[in-house]
Design a protein around this ligand. Sequence first.
Ligand code: G1P
Ligand code: ZN
Length: 544
Amino acid sequence: MMSAKTITSIPFADQKPGTSGLRKKVAVFQSPHYLENFVQAIFDTIAAPQGSMLVLGGDGRHFNREAIQVILRMAAANGFGKVLVGQGGILSTPAASCVIRKYRTYGGIILSASHNPGGPDGDFGIKYNTGNGGPAPEKITEAIYARSKALESYRIFEAPDVALDQVGKFVMGGMAVEVIDPVTDYADLMESLFDFDAIRAMIQGGFRLCFDAMHAVTGPYGREILERRLGAPVGTVINGVPLPDFGGGHPDPNLTYAHELVEIMYGADAPDFGAASDGDGDRNMILGRHFFVNPSDSLAVIAANAALAPGYAAGLAGVARSMPTSEAVDRVAAKLGIPCYETPTGWKFFGNLMDAGKVTLCGEESFGTGSSHVREKDGLWAVLFWLNILAKRGQPVEKIVYGHWAEYGRNIYSRHDYEGLPSAAANGVMAHLQSQFAELPGKQFGAWRVKFCDDFSYTDPVDGSVSTGQGLRISFEDGSRIVFRLSGTGTEGATLRIYLEAFEPDAARHGQDAQQALAGLIAIANELSELKQRTGREQPTVIT
Ligand code: G1P
Ligand code: ZN
């Protein structure tokens, strides 16, 4: 006999969602009641009306399937009327956002730790998205956290596992479960936004591309869209089979971790275009032949060329970027005469701006670009936008980027990450920096004079909510910037991110290597932060 049960649990003190949901080691999520406690905290907080519809899916990482079954049973016991779950438990983050919006569900639960490694010793994550398809805003995630620290029981239905591997309809108590194809709705949305005929013709004309799905969720999406709908040859998508441990790799599309793609794109006989996406499909890296497009530049190029894509031909309402993202897009916005918003790090801050119709495009330096077509960043969307631009302009990637710099100037940009630092050392660096803020303005460091420094805070122009402590900024008179921020997504120790930006108007100097061009600022960052003394680290873990 199937029935709903109330299980006595214990509250947990550590279920505070970070930049993007709750992320912990798989073993933590597998410990008794841990997942259940957080899911019950979500359900209690959102208080969905009886019979509401929910979307459920994840990036396929280790523990995805088990967690899906638990959440389905808990949804049934908590009064949901229907759950749309991706076949095999799969939904990329942007596809989940698309499905929530298309079927007007109450919200959705996405299982992912994004680009963090997976497998039994890797990370797992869970986040709640609201009915607009976007990550829950801070006031909801804070309430979930508060609830998770207090609740002492959860409700779960006793029922056999749902067969996730075929599309179909099931019943669990009073709740319907519909296993949906995870790709079609998303692929249809992409086809409605971009000029697939032009891209198909370009590919037929001999244009060659390579897409690295990094053994993560975008494999099936890439094959359907690039190979089947756009006619790229089979094999265009590499590492296209999603694996629970991502093949042992680190599914983060950057020059360090997407090394297979990088070797292809920098090798002899490289294709015209290369791209990669991350664990859950919301990030993107864009490469031309022997050429890397910095994500901040990618956002600016997309904004400047948006009218070439049918879905954006009517123009952009505005653009937004996270604070540490380079100001390249600000220059495009100024020229287009549209507003540009600067938000804290994390996609959740863009949702209000898009819902209010204030922005169409938004992006982050961390390989995240997107638009109001969904409420998440979207890796394949960015890839298709680039393909649309390339098909319409008929120029190589490198030429388009250099042409962009010639028109707008180049915001030379890099991010240096120091991963796995002891928290005390990382906090010490931040505190030491902040302690100098009163006396820094006006001080000269080589060619640079400090204009202002602050701890970035943001007042949401739509709902007035205030987010403080969003990163330490040191801005110089010539527009250069250094930003220090502690990561909110790591699961081991602390990750310190240093964001460096300098503006170069002179086209004769646009070919410079970013690390060389930024060397002066890097030295200032080291000096002001006492980074080496305080952490014992000589070099960043990752440079992007
Ligand atoms: C990182 C990125 C941030 C992005 C987030 C989720 O967060 O820096 O831009 O939104 O991952 O993909 P962080 O670890 O810096 O808090
Ligand atoms: Zn991601």
